[in-house]
Design a protein around this ligand. Sequence first.
Ligand SMILES: Nc1ncnc2c1ncn2[C@@H]1O[C@H](COP(=O)(O)OP(=O)(O)OP(=O)(O)O)[C@@H](O)[C@H]1O
Length: 855
Amino acid sequence: MEKICVAIRLRPPTKQNVVRGHHWKVSDNSISLLSAAGSVVSGHTFAFDTIFGADAKNINIYEQHAKDVVLSAVAGFNGTVFAYGQTSSGKTYTMRGSESEPGITRLAVNEIFRHIQKASDREYLIRVSYMEIYNEEINDLLTPDSRKLQVHENLEKGVFVAGLREEIVDSVEQVLGLLEAGEVQRHFGETNMNINSSRSHSIFRMVIESRSKCHGGQGSDDVDAVRVSELNLVDLAGSERIAKTGAGGVRLKEGGHINKSLMCLGNVINKLCEGGAKQGAHIPYRDSKLTRILQTALGGNARTAIICTMTPDEEQIDESRGTLQFASRAKRVTNCAQVNETLTDAALLKRQKKEIEELLLKLQGQGSKPSEELEKEIKHLRNDLLKIELEREKLELELQEEKKALNDKLKEQERKIENLSTMVISSATDDFGQLSQKGSRRETWCPRQVTSDPDIQRMKKTAKEFEAPSNFLGSTVPVSLRRSHNLGLPPAFGSLIEDEEDFWKSPDVLDKPPTPADFENVADEDTWASLNGGHMNSDLFNDRFDRRAISSSASEDSRCILLEHQLRELQAQHEQLQTSFNKKELELETAIEDTRKFKDQVDLLSQENANLEEALALTETQMLPPVAQLSPPVVTEDYYVKKLEELVHEMEVEQTNSKQEKVRLQEEVECLQDQLQSANTTLQQELRLRTELEQEVLLLREKLNSPNIHMQSSIHECGFAKNLHSDEGFRTTDEISLSRKHETGELEELRSLESSDKEEAYYEEVKTLAPRCSSISDMQLDIVGIEDRKSEIWMEQITGIAAPTKLIKAERLLLANELQNYIGALAKQDAAISAICMEMKEFEVDIMNRSRPIC
Ligand SMILES: Nc1ncnc2c1ncn2[C@@H]1O[C@H](COP(=O)(O)OP(=O)(O)OP(=O)(O)O)[C@@H](O)[C@H]1O
C-alpha cells in the first residue's frame, strides 16, 4: 500500500498581474496564503511531498516527482502521472512542455527508451495509444475517424477503451511523431484566460511488455512470465469559471463537460480519502469517462503522481485554494501497486504440471519433505482456498451492488431518454406534422418490449465466466490477476441485439477485430468479450459455439430466421431513430440555447420597457392639469384597488415621514423655546440695565446741574463766613471808618475838655484813648490782614469750586458718550429682540402649519 504522490507547481504570475495584495508563499514543503500585510491567512497553509516554485523547470519536476513512477512502469507496475489545476495554470506546459523545455511526457519517453536500451537481461515491447475525452466522448487521437469509443472491463484486460488504436513503437522519434500527430487532433480553443486552452482531457498511454531474455529454458517457468504495465501520462483540461473564461456556445458546452468530469474526479478522490475503498463502499468511478479510465490509478493497482498546478494571481485565489484542497485530499489516497505478470499458456501449463507432480510426490510420501510438513502445506492451501472463496463472495457482493447501482442508473436514463424522445417526437411532430408516426416510434424505441421476448432473453445469456487459476504454487513474485468487478451486467438493448445477430450470422467474426461501432452502448464486458473474437478465451468460445450447434433444431432455425428478420428491422428502426434522436437532441439544445438567449433579450427589453413606462408616467403626471380639472377616469376594480393600495402606501410613508418630521420639529421647537427663554432673560437684564442707566443719566444730569448750586452754596458759605467774621468783631471798612470817626470825635471832645478846664481829665482820657488808638490801628492792620486773608480764602474757594466744575464737565462729557453708547447698544438689543420675536412668530406659524392634521 502506498500513498499517491502529490506535488504543487506554482507558475509565475501572468504579466498583468504583479503581486500586490494577497499572495502565496512557498517555504520548503508548505505553501501559505499571505495577506497584503505579509501575515499568514489562517487555515491557508498546505503541506505536500514537494512544492515547485515559479522558477522550477519541467526537468526538476520530472526528476523529483515523476521519474520514479516512470521507472516503476518499466519494472512492471502500472503508473499514472497527471496534471490537475484550473485553466491556464500550466498543466499543458508541465505535461507537454515546449521545444526548449520538454514536458513530463517527452522526458518520460526518453527515459523509457534509454532504460530499455540499457537493459541486457530483458526484452521489451512497447505500444502507445493517445486518446482524448472531449465532451464526455472518447476520441482516438491517433485515428481521427475513431470517435465516441466506449470503455469496457474484463478479466483479462481490466478497464480498457475498446477499439483504441495501439501502435507498436521502437524509438523515441516514432513516439514523438505519434504524439505530435495526436496533438494536432486534440481539441484546443481560445478563452479569455488561455489563448490555447485544452478543451479535452488527453491520455497518452504507453503499454510496456517485457520478459526475460533467457525464457524457454528448462525449469525456468518464472522467466516465461510476461510483465505488462501501463503508463498513463494525462493532461487534464482545467476547471474554469464561465464568468472568467467568458465561454459561450461551444466553449460553454465544453466547459460544462470539463467541470463535470473534474467534479467526478473530485468525488472519487473524496470517497477514496475517506477510506471508502477499504470499507468496501461504492466508489463512483463510473460517473465519468475520466474516472473510469483512471480507475486503476485512483486507489487501484498503480503508482500515481499528481502535479497540481496553480497560479499566484490574486484574483485566482479561490481557484488556487480549490486546487490545494483537491491536492490535500488526493495525497491521502492509497494505492496498492503490484508487478503485473502474466504467464503464457505454456508457462502456465508447465507450472501447473510441476505443482501436480509435487503434490503427488507428497501424497505418496516420496517427497523430500516429511508428512507433517505436507499436512502443513495442505492446511496452508486450504486456507488459501478459503481466502479465495471469501474473496469471490466479496466480489459477488460488490458485483450485486454495482449491478443494482447500474440498474438504477439505467432506469433513470431510460426514463430520461423516454422523456427526451417524447420531447423530440412531439417537436418533430410539431415541426413536420408527422403525428401519425409518434406511436410507432415510441414502440420501437422502448427496450422493455423487446427484452421481454423469451427468445431474446435466452440470447442475452452470455458465456460462462472465465476463471483464473487460483491454485498457483511456488510463485515467488507477487502476481496480480486482473479480474472483473462487473461481471454479468445487463447489456444495453441495441448493442446486445447487434452483437448476437452478428455473432450467429457471421462466424468469421472470430477473425474480425472489433470496430468502435461494435462497442457502442455495450456496458457489459462479457458481451464485449463475446464480440471481441481476437481477445476471447478460445475454450469459452468453443463451448458456446458447440452448445449452440447441438441445441439448434429446424423449428428453432426458422424461428430464429424470423426473429432475426424482425430484429434487423428493429435494428434499422432503432438506428434511424437514434440518428433522428441525436439530430433532434442537437436541435433541441440549440433551440434551448436560442430560447434562453431570446428570453434574456425579452427580459432585458421588458425591463427597459418598464423603465420607460415609469418615466413616461412620471412625465405625464407632471404635465397633467390638477386632478380637479380632470374628467373622472374609467377605472377597473383592480386598478382602483391598486391605486388605493398605492395611496395607502404613500400615506403610510407620508405619515411615517411626517411623524419623523414632527419629532424633528418638536425638538426644534424645544430648542427654540430654550432660546426664547434665554432671550427673555437677556431682555430682562437689558431692561434692568437700561433703568439703571437711565437713573445714572439722571444722576449725571443732576450732577451736571449741581456746580451752580455748589458755587452758590460756596458763595453763601463765604457770606456766612463774612457774617460770622463781623459777628466775631471783624467789621467792614465802613464800619471801621464809622468806628474811627466816632473815636476821632471822642478824641476831639476830649481835646476840647483839656482846653476848657478839664485839661487834666482830657489828658487822662487821651492817655486811655491812645492805647485804644494804637489798638485801633492794630485793628485796622488786622482788618487788612483779615481782608487779605479773606480774599485769599475767597480765591482759594473760587479755585476749589472751579476745579470740580472742570472735572464735572469732563465727567459729564464722558457720561454723555457712555450714555450715547448705551443708547446705541439698547437700540441694537431692541432690534435683536424684535428679530427673535419675529423668528419665534415664524416658528410658531410653522409649527401650527405642520401640526395641522394630514387629510
Ligand atoms: N511554469 C510556467 N512558466 C512559464 N510559463 C508558463 C508556466 N506555466 C504556464 N505557462 C504559460 O501559461 C500559459 C497557459 O499555460 P497552459 O496552457 O499550460 O495552461 P493549462 O493549465 O494547460 O490551461 P488549460 O486548462 O486551459 O488548458 C501558456 O502560455 C504557458 O506557456
